[in-house]
Design a protein around this ligand. Structure first.
Ligand code: ARG
Length: 459
């Protein structure tokens, strides 16, 4: 079959070249956006008198029919279609005849594929924002549920200070909030219409790019035609946003896998989010957590792929840019699925407070609180730090925790310290007292949840 661009050619493309050159097998997922772009374009051509209103209507009718046929699975694209743009245009010409040949006036595939890409990504970003919002909702509800429950806070994977489970949830809430804000920012910057840039330099025909901009719901037309067809920054930004967010998911997934281990047993991941072993009958593996952790590498790969493709490409359009789609689509699918799976897993995970409780006595979690308590009584913090350090040593000697030190033991460490001076150093009392802004006290976590809910309500 002769290609739509075949005029100056004497030979058909070699079969293997056709195959290698084609993007139809992956870019057909943008068929809706391609048709939306074409309808806006031909509406504008009609309004500007570049085609007649009647011709515009005929073309729009044909495009809508093609849209329904594709949706119903009645059109099978083949390698001869080359890409979705020509796949649809050649169907249009088949369907409505000569008038169909007017659609591509004042347009190039170089701007067409960009309008498709931006429309597609804008829609996907809105969906992903919806998924992230649902995840944030689950996090807020869980944070509320566990606002008072105390767990171990780690640094260097060592027992550090007691925190509430709700507090930890709210730490992740902030990460996903930033992910959403980054995505909104990307959306704002990419919301410009490249249609009408044509091949690279605009057109001599009296087009109205502001009209297509309005029809397609973009904020404004892109300023420079050459940049419009060469720019893939918006995809790179999206892939960067996806990579950062996948990193957040993978960090929490890693914690889930650990907490679910028999050594920790801090959580019980629901059966519906685990799998078994084909040989070891007793196994219940946290495969979803591991896959979520692993998928991050895949999205980093998608990001690196496009960064590498774009590096050193001269202006304006180069065929290299066709390589911008598969990794983008893969990142869209992977990120979206991961957020959904993660939210589901989180919702169904139960924190085993009885098991966590057993760990709270280990590792002198309240050591910093005691030092701060002494500092409040006028002992310089550096000295207080050293006193508590010696208390830890004494405990290790005696094989007890702080409660096991007598007045005599304490005075031997420093005459200013006694059990009375120490007061209530229980773990819950320590957590309750960490009321500094952003701290782990339940009252403070509740404030964070409230702020989070208000923000989520307005996104
Ligand atoms: N399939 C191409 C792509 O995805 C469309 C643009 C082709 N333009 C061209 N001049 N060959 O990038």
């Amino acid at each position: 079959m002769a290609s739509l661009w075949g005029g100056r050619f004497e030979k058909d493309m070699d079969e293997i070249v056709k195959e290698f050159n084609a993007s139809i097998f992956f870019d057909q997922r943008m068929y809706n956006e391609d048709i939306d772009g074409s309808i806006a374009h031909v509406t504008m051509l009609g309004k500007q008198g570049i085609v007649t209103e009647e011709e515009a209507q005929q073309i729009i009718g044909g495009l809508e029919e093609i849209r329904s046929e594709i949706a119903a699975g009645k059109i099978q694209f083949t390698v001869d279609d080359e890409d979705i743009h020509m796949g649809i245009e050649s169907r249009l010409i088949e369907k409505i005849g000569e008038v169909g040949k007017k659609l591509h006036t004042a347009r190039s595939r170089n701007d067409q594929c960009q309008v498709d890409g931006r429309l597609y990504l804008k829609r996907q970003i809105r969906e992903i924002l919806g998924e992230l919002a649902r995840l944030e909702q689950v996090i807020l509800d869980k944070a509320e549920q566990y606002a008072e429950d105390i767990t171990v806070g780690f640094t260097h994977i060592q027992h550090a200070q007691p925190i509430t489970v709700g507090f930890l949830f709210m730490a992740y809430f902030q990460m996903f909030r930033r992910d959403m804000e980054r995505l909104q920012d990307t959306l704002k910057r990419m919301d410009l219409n490249p249609l009408g840039a044509c091949a690279l330099a605009g057109t001599t025909l009296p087009t109205d790019r502001f009209l297509t901009t309005e029809l397609l719901g973009f904020r404004a037309p892109t300023e420079n035609a050459m940049d419009s067809v060469s720019d893939r920054d918006y995809s790179l930004e999206f892939l960067s946003d996806a990579s950062i967010s996948m990193m957040h998911i993978s960090r929490w997934a890693e914690e889930f896998a650990w907490w679910n281990s028999s050594e920790f047993s801090y959580i019980a991941i629901d059966d519906s989010y685990c799998t078994g072993s084909s040989i070891m009958p007793q196994k219940k593996n946290p495969d979803m957590a591991e896959l979520l952790r692993g998928k991050c590498g895949r999205v980093y790969g998608d990001m690196m792929q496009l960064f590498t493709v774009m590096k050193g490409t001269p202006l304006a359009y180069n065929k290299d840019f066709q390589e911008d789609k598969e990794s983008l689509f893969d990142a869209v699918d992977t990120w979206k699925a991961c957020i959904r799976i993660f939210a589901g897993m989180l919702e169904k995970t139960e924190f085993r407070m009885d098991m966590i409780q057993k760990q709270l006595g280990k590792g002198f979690l309240n050591a910093t609180d005691i030092a701060e308590h002494l500092a409040k009584q006028g002992i310089p913090f550096r000295e207080a730090h050293s006193i508590v350090g010696r208390m830890v040593k004494a405990c290790e000697h005696k094989g007890c925790d702080f409660d096991g030190l007598s007045d005599e033991d304490l005075r031997a460490i420093d005459p200013r310290v006694s059990t009375e001076v120490l007061g209530d150093i229980s773990i819950p009392a320590c957590v309750d007292a960490r009321t500094s802004f952003g701290g782990t006290a339940p009252s403070e976590v509740r404030r964070q949840i409230q702020v989070g809910r208000e923000w989520l309500h307005h996104v």
